[in-house]
Design a protein around this ligand. Structure first.
Ligand code: NAP
Length: 279
């Protein structure tokens, strides 16, 4: 009898992680929906119960070595394998490069970048032993282009993109697929959960006027955000493809802006973006 493939997702209590856990479970995956705070599992538990979904919930904080090791050991022990890892946990940090303290920069990288590496390193011995698997890193349109006042977030996603590209070559001999998902605006609580750097909260911030202008533009784009299920659908398409691409943009905004970035001269792209952002 063919067993369900096993998927591990980080940050599954909300947004894209939650939608992907449910989406994959409805399509025959056994999902390990992990989260750092199990008190936030209520909504997921309700849907598991009402639809009898094959979802297991486990604690995993991507910033804690012991939590990551324990969760992966538990999955291998109970499920015997890990077919898909989805590195989804992440948050946004806003503020001008000058105003964000070095500690805040490091915190941002600790979750969005080192967090993904920590989980990848924990699952790879198992995936290499299986000689199969897929690693999906949730990047962003902002892993390919920068906007102002999001420098730490943009940098963490650029770093994630570079690491993922290297990893894809390294794991090809083991038949382990490595994939980047690049969403545009997605309707989750991501914007509400984003942090504002302490230095950026000062009334006398020299950047205040520019931040207000670009913030208004960003807000108006959020209203056209795609649902998180669109990301889940794209992940499913990528992981079930025999030969997945490296990059999968998600949402109309992503599919418009990424080719524009790629094919227009840098100076022109900069002028278009500045106009869009009201700068
Ligand atoms: N929404 C968008 O417009 C958008 C666009 C492009 C890319 N993305 C990316 O998509 C991913 C998911 O974001 P989302 O939109 O679904 O936002 P979200 O609803 O805020 O979800 C973020 C998830 O990450 C978790 N998380 C944060 N720090 C963690 C840690 N140390 N360990 C484990 N989990 C942690 C959060 O858990 P807590 O509830 O405990 O904080 C939450 O479950 C992120 O990587 C984000 O950068 C989002």
């Amino acid at each position: 009898m063919r067993m369900n493939p096993i998927a591990l997702i980080t940050g599954s209590n909300s947004g894209i992680g939650f939608a992907t856990a449910v989406y994959l479970a409805r399509r025959g995956y056994t999902v390990w929906a992990t989260m750092r705070n199990l008190h936030k599992a209520e909504k997921l538990r309700q849907i598991i119960e009402s639809e009898k979904l094959p979802i297991e919930i486990a604690q995993l904080d991507v910033r804690e070595d012991s939590s990551v090791k324990q969760a992966v050991a538990q999955i291998v022990q109970k499920s015997g394998r890990i077919d898909v890892l989805i590195n989804n946990a992440g948050y946004g940090l806003r503020g001008a490069v000058e105003e964000v303290s070095l500690d805040e920069w490091k915190e941002q990288f600790e979750t969005n970048f080192f967090g993904a590496i920590r989980v990848i390193q924990a699952v790879l011995p198992q995936m290499r032993a299986q000689h199969s698997g897929a690693i999906v890193n949730i990047s962003s349109v902002l892993g390919r282009l920068a906007i102002p006042f999001s420098g730490p977030y943009v940098s963490s996603k650029f770093a994630l993109e570079g690491m993922t590209e290297a990893l894809r070559y390294e794991l090809a001999p083991w038949n382990i697929k490595v994939i980047l998902i690049e969403p545009g605006f997605i309707a989750t609580r991501f914007q509400e959960n984003a942090q504002l750097a302490h230095g950026a909260q000062r009334q006398d911030s020299p950047y205040a006027i520019f931040k207000r202008a670009s913030g208004r533009r960003v807000q108006s784009n959020i209203s056209r955000a795609a649902p998180p299920e669109r990301v889940a659908e794209t992940i499913y398409r990528a992981i079930t493809h025999p030969n997945p691409k490296l990059r999968y943009p998600v949402g109309r905004d992503a599919r418009f802006v990424l080719p524009l970035r790629r094919f227009s001269p840098e100076g022109l792209f900069e002028r278009i973006l500045m106009k869009q952002l009201g700068l």
